[in-house]
Design a binder for this molecule. Structure first.
Ligand SMILES: Nc1ncnc2c1ncn2[C@@H]1O[C@H](COP(=O)(O)OP(=O)(O)O)[C@@H](O)[C@H]1O
Ligand SMILES: [Mg+2]
Length: 269
């Protein structure tokens, strides 16, 4: 078997905020051309993990690599070069409201003065057709639906033809149909660009559909690492409850039942 070098490697990464550990010794190798999905409850550190990969956050200890480059040790100027290999669809996917769709997509290209103005317009057209929105160039973000905004943000994220695409909760806030369109796009981009994708989500349908590999983050560590087909076989209570959407007894106890009793009219107690 030919072993490919990982494109991204995290080695024993630890990160705490206000002495609260968020990443507690994370190690992972990510193979090129694969879609890796990271699932886990809100606030468990998924976005923090993505930010380490592009050097927007530095680990307290441990290392992050992109190929041979140690991202966690690079200067800000070198990081700018490294980031041209990455497309980042941020949680919320914020577009610039005062710019048209085309100006939004051309922004990363203008910033790096890629080609001529005509080349950049042409590139924005190509990526807009990839996400199925060619023709909307002169619209403003407020004229678009939530799903369309996500797709424009995605077009912007792939404008520089990145090797790695990071998606932070790409389907959150979309209805199931719009969410599934995004899933299909992730798969299509993966196939047509040959990109490596990392998708952070708590949408299990999306995780199963787009992932080649699913990792679950909990209490600062990975507690599952499996192909989607193995997900239901995992013998771990936290993983099982998460994928089925079932709260534990301890979580249910947080709903203070006595306060509900107080809400119930006395006649029906
Ligand atoms: N820049 C920051 N400063 C302080 N705390 C942060 C910062 N970024 C994230 N956190 C905390 O780290 C934890 C993980 O956050 P995050 O990665 O955003 O979670 P999620 O898994 O929902 O994406 C949360 O408790 C959050 O409040
Ligand atoms: Mg997040």
């Amino acid at each position: 078997m030919i072993r490919t070098e990982p494109i991204i490697r995290l080695q024993d990464v630890c990160k705490a905020f206000n002495s609260h550990p968020v990443l507690d010794g994370i190690s992972i190798d990510i193979a090129p051309g694969q879609t890796t999905v990271i699932i886990g409850p809100s606030g468990c550190g998924k976005s923090v993990l993505l930010r380490h990969i592009v050097g927007l956050l530095k680990p307290d200890s441990g290392k992050v690599f992109f190929r041979q480059s140690e991202v966690s040790a690079l200067s800000e100027r070198k990081l700018c070069d490294i980031r041209t290999h990455f497309g980042f669809l941020f949680q919320g996917g914020a577009l610039f409201d005062s710019m048209t769709v085309e100006q939004n997509i051309c922004f990363p290209l203008d910033e790096r003065a890629v080609g001529t103005r005509k080349d950049r317009k042409e590139r924005s057209r190509t990526v807009l057709s990839l996400v199925g929105l060619d023709g909307l160039q002169s619209q403003y973000p407020q004229e678009l639906s939530g799903g369309q905004k996500k797709r424009v943000a995605l077009a912007r994220a792939i404008a520089l033809n990145p090797e790695v695409i990071l998606y932070d909760e790409p389907t959150t806030g979309l209805d199931p149909i719009r969410g599934d369109l995004i899933n299909e796009l992730i798969i299509k981009l993966q196939n047509s660009l040959g990109a490596t994708s990392i998708v952070v989500t708590h949408d299990m349908a999306s995780a199963r559909k787009v992932g080649n590999r699913i990792l679950m983050l909990s209490n600062g560590r990975f507690i599952a690492d499996t192909p989607p087909s193995g997900l239901d076989e995992i013998d771990n209570d936290t993983v099982m409850r998460f994928i089925r959407g079932q709260a534990s007894d301890a979580e249910l106890a947080e709903l203070q039942t006595e306060q509900f009793t107080a809400l119930t009219p006395e006649s029906s107690r």
